[in-house]
Design a protein around this ligand. Structure first.
Ligand code: ADP
Ligand code: MG
Ligand code: MG
Ligand code: MG
Length: 404
């Protein structure tokens, strides 16, 4: 169907025009609520008027940035990349909501409603522990990153995959601008934060820091290791004690693996900052630290296990490397991945302090002094991450950079 913006006035008729959706609901009337809370798109919760248990989610991209309005155009084709990546990820991992229907022309996807799950950031702000999170997200990362890389795919499969996402340039540019650039200079899009002006000024002039940021941004622009989610913060995870789902993959492209691992570490670390500042004795803060460590350790183990099971790939021709050679290369590879993950995490932490989009964990702290203390602690950690990422040797070194 030709692109039409869906709203509460035309959504019912549209859904009833799709046979499989019509039969899913098996009713004459639908209840429709717009529940989107993100920056970019519209998300509708649709419920059968006869049977409240029959629900689904419809997400549509509009040709502008939702949080700014029509004055900030952004091509609706970004949804194509969300659809393609969700399809690919769901072949590789169970941690993706079921897709019922999609239409690239309509920039629209219809998917499973995760009614018993909440956005992880909200749960973490409330201090909820998720005992299975590290297990689940490490599997998601290992399966999706390994199996879309040249360590698993053939050379032609890898290039074909890269080509499928090469057009997601507008969203990659958003990341280049808002994660790696504007927050580290004077820029009109940055948040108005006079209480942090000393820090902003210092960072703007820090030669070592800015050189390292350029190195990381260069990796983001030029590397194509694997299909990455591209925006894997705790607001893109829906969770409860039993299950974990990843949503909102419109930033997906074939890029550096460490960007996803780093996004996760950055957002867990910012939650740690917030809980530490609000309550020094909080055992929740300790749970977060253990979780960061566990996510990395489990990820590394699972990634290497998948690697050991793989007989041949674009990189590893049959007979090229014996076990000793493979192990030596693996060790080097995982250390480089850890280092760049921490570097990317540092950029992400700092950008959430100065940049246009903050995180509720910190910007939501009501007490102005505590909020500022959290900003400053986060900046310190982000800075250490960026400056020391390429000399650390294991995850414990990274944990020390948080706690120091
Ligand atoms: P955006 O790209 O605009 O950030 P998201 O995909 O993050 O959109 O969705 C916005 C919000 O809609 C999420 O924060 C979540 O609250 C809700 N949402 C999205 N997908 C689902 C789903 N499958 N089940 C339940 N809620 C969802
Ligand atoms: Mg979102
Ligand atoms: Mg399920
Ligand atoms: Mg999004």
């Amino acid at each position: 169907m030709a692109y039409t913006i869906l709203d509460t006035s035309n959504l019912e008729a549209y859904l009833f025009s799709l046979p499989q959706i019509k039969s899913f609901f098996n009713t004459d009337a639908l209840l429709i609520n717009e529940i989107g809370d993100g920056n970019l798109n519209f998300v509708f919760l649709v419920t059968s008027a006869d049977d409240a248990s029959k629900q689904l989610i419809l997400k549509q991209a509009v040709p502008y940035l939702r949080c700014v309005g029509e004055s900030y155009p952004l091509s609706k084709e970004r949804m194509t990349y969300e659809i393609r990546s969700m399809e690919r990820f769901s072949e590789l991992s169970p941690h993706i909501p079921k897709i019922y229907h999609f239409d690239e022309e309509m920039s629209m996807i219809i998917m499973e409603y995760l009614g018993e799950h909440i956005i992880m950031r909200k749960g973490m702000i409330d201090g909820v522990k998720y005992p299975k999170f590290a297990e689940h997200i490490s599997s998601f990362l290992a399966e999706t990153l390994f199996k879309t890389s040249s360590l698993y795919l053939s050379s032609s499969e890898k290039r074909e995959l890269t080509a499928q996402f090469i057009g997601n340039s507008e969203l990659c540019k958003l990341t280049e601008d808002f994660v790696f650039t504007a927050p580290f200079m004077e820029h009109e899009t940055n948040a108005e934060l006079p209480e942090l002006s000393d820090e902003a000024e210092r960072i703007t002039k820090d030669l070592e820091l800015k050189t390292k940021i350029l190195q990381l941004k260069h990796k983001f622009i030029n590397r194509c290791d694997a299909l990455i989610h591209g925006d894997l913060h705790t607001g893109s995870i829906m969770i409860n004690e039993e299950e974990t789902y990843v949503i909102d993959s419109e930033f997906a492209f074939v890029g550096p693996m460490g960007f996803d691992v780093g996004a996760l570490i950055a957002n867990l670390a910012m939650s740690w900052v917030s809980h530490t500042v609000l309550d020094e004795t909080s055992d929740y803060a300790d749970w977060i630290l253990r979780t960061i460590e566990e996510v990395w350790q489990k990820f590394e183990k699972k990634f290497l296990q998948l690697w050991d099971e793989t007989k041949e790939s674009a990189l590893f021709a049959k007979g090229f490397a014996d076990t000793q050679i493979r192990k030596a290369y693996q060790e080097e590879y995982m250390l480089a991945l850890l280092r760049e993950s921490i570097g990317f995490a540092g950029c992400k932490i700092i950008r959430r302090q100065f940049g246009i989009a903050g995180v509720d964990d910190i910007r939501g702290i009501e007490d102005a002094q505590k909020r500022e203390a959290a900003n400053r602690l986060a900046i310190k950690i982000g800075e250490r991450f960026i400056k020391e990422h390429n000399i650390l040797n294991n995850i414990n070194n990274a944990m020390t950079l948080i706690k120091a």
